[in-house]
Design a protein around this ligand. Structure first.
Ligand code: NAP
Length: 292
C-alpha cells in the first residue's frame, strides 16, 4: 500500500461505474515497485447532471492532480473541456488519458491505439502490409482502425451490424491514411470470400463479453486458418467463444487483456516520464482476474 504524504502525486480514473476497474491496483503496484510517490484513485463521475463531467475535468487541475485515465461512458464527453488534444485523440474522437501539463493546460491523448499495437507486437504480429478485418465500429474500433492504419496495414475491412457506422468510420480514416484501403461491410453479409485473404481478424464488438458469453461475432461455419491471427478485445472472460474457435481452427488466438495493460503502461509513462514495469502490471492484472 502506497503511503500518502503531502507530496504524493495523484492520478485517477474518471468513469461510471469504476468500482470494478483493475486500473487502480495495476498502477499502484507499478508506482510501489518503482518507489514512485504517486497514487492512482477511482474518480466516479455520474452521467447526470450533464455539466458534472466538465466540473470533474476542470477539477483535476483545481485539485492539483497530475492527470487521469478516462473510461466508459466519458471518453468523448471530456473532449470539449480540454485545452488541447494529441493528433491521435483528435482523429479517434476519444480521450482515455488526460495530463495536467506543467503550464496547467489539460491535454487529452488516446493510448488505446498504441496500446493495441504494442500488444500485437508482443505477440509477434506485425500489422504492416497486412489485410485486416475489424469486427465492430464502436468507440474501440475507432482506436483500432487508427492504430492499424498508422502502423502500415495494407487493407482494412470494417464489418458492423449498423453498416452506416462502419462506412462513416471507413471514410474518415481513409481520408487520413490514403495508403491503406479502408472499406465497410454489414455483419449480415457472408464473410467466407474475404476471410480467406485476411491475415488478421479483430473483434471490437461486445459480443462474447460476460454475461453474453455465447455471443460470436463471426459465422460459425467459416474456418480460420493457421496463417491467421484472431484478436479479441473482450477480456472478460479471457477465453471467449471467438478465441476458442480460433484455437480449434489452428489460428493464433490473442485476448484483450494485453491491450488493457499496454494502454495503462503508456499512460503511466506519459504521466511519470518513467518506463512502466509492464511485466509486473501484467502479473497484477492476471492475478486479479484469476480470483474473479
Ligand atoms: P461500443 O462503442 O458500445 O461498440 C459496440 C460494438 O459492438 C458496436 O460495433 C456494435 O454494433 C457491436 N454490437 C453490440 N451488440 C451487438 C450485437 N448483439 N450484434 C452485433 N454487434 C453488436 O463499445 P466499445 O467501447 O467499442 O467496446 C467494445 C468491446 O471492446 C467491449 O467488450 C469492451 O470491453 C472491449 N474493449 C476492450 C479494451 C481492451 O483494452 N482490451 C478496450 C476497449 C474496449 P452497432 O454499431 O451495430 O451497435
Amino acid at each position: 500500500m502506497t503511503t500518502i504524504s503531502g507530496k504524493t502525486n495523484l492520478v485517477g480514473l474518471i468513469g461510471w461505474p469504476v468500482s470494478h476497474s483493475v486500473s487502480p491496483p495495476m498502477h499502484n503496484a507499478a508506482f510501489a515497485a518503482l518507489g514512485l510517490d504517486w497514487c492512482y484513485v477511482p474518480l466516479p463521475v455520474p452521467i447526470e447532471p450533464a455539466d458534472r463531467i466538465g466540473e470533474a475535468v476542470r477539477g483535476l487541475r483545481a485539485l492539483g492532480l497530475r492527470g487521469a485515465n478516462v473510461t466508459v461512458p466519458h471518453k468523448q464527453a471530456v473532449m470539449p473541456h480540454l485545452d488541447w488534444l494529441t493528433p491521435a485523440a483528435q482523429a479517434i474522437g476519444a480521450v482515455n488519458t488526460i495530463r495536467v501539463e506543467p503550464d496547467g493546460a489539460l491535454s487529452g491523448d488516446n493510448t488505446d491505439a498504441p496500446g493495441f499495437v504494442a500488444d500485437l507486437r508482443e505477440h509477434g504480429v506485425d500489422s504492416s502490409g497486412k489485410n485486416v478485418i475489424v469486427l465492430g465500429a464502436g468507440g474501440s474500433a475507432r482506436a483500432i482502425v487508427y492504430g492499424l492504419a498508422a502502423s502500415g496495414a495494407r487493407k482494412i475491412l470494417i464489418v458492423n451490424r449498423t453498416v452506416d457506422k462502419a462506412a462513416s468510420l471507413a471514410n474518415q480514416m481513409q481520408a487520413l491514411f490514403p495508403n491503406c484501403a479502408i472499406a465497410a461491410q454489414p455483419l449480415a453479409q457472408p464473410l467466407a470470400d474475404v476471410a480467406e485473404q485476411t491475415d488478421l481478424i479483430i473483434n471490437t464488438t461486445s459480443l462474447g463479453m460476460t454475461p453474453d458469453v455465447a455471443g460470436l461475432p463471426w459465422e460459425p461455419d467459416v474456418k480460420f486458418s493457421a496463417h491467421q491471427a484472431v484478436y479479441d478485445l473482450v477480456y472478460n472472460p479471457p477465453q471467449t467463444r471467438l478465441l476458442q474457435k480460433a484455437r480449434v481452427d489452428g489460428a493464433q488466438a490473442i485476448g484483450g487483456l494485453g491491450m488493457l495493460i499496454w494502454q495503462g503502461a503508456i499512460a503511466f509513462e506519459r504521466w511519470t516520464g518513467v518506463a512502466a514495469p509492464v511485466d509486473l502490471m501484467r502479473r497484477t492484472v492476471t492475478e486479479i482476474f484469476a480470483k474473479r
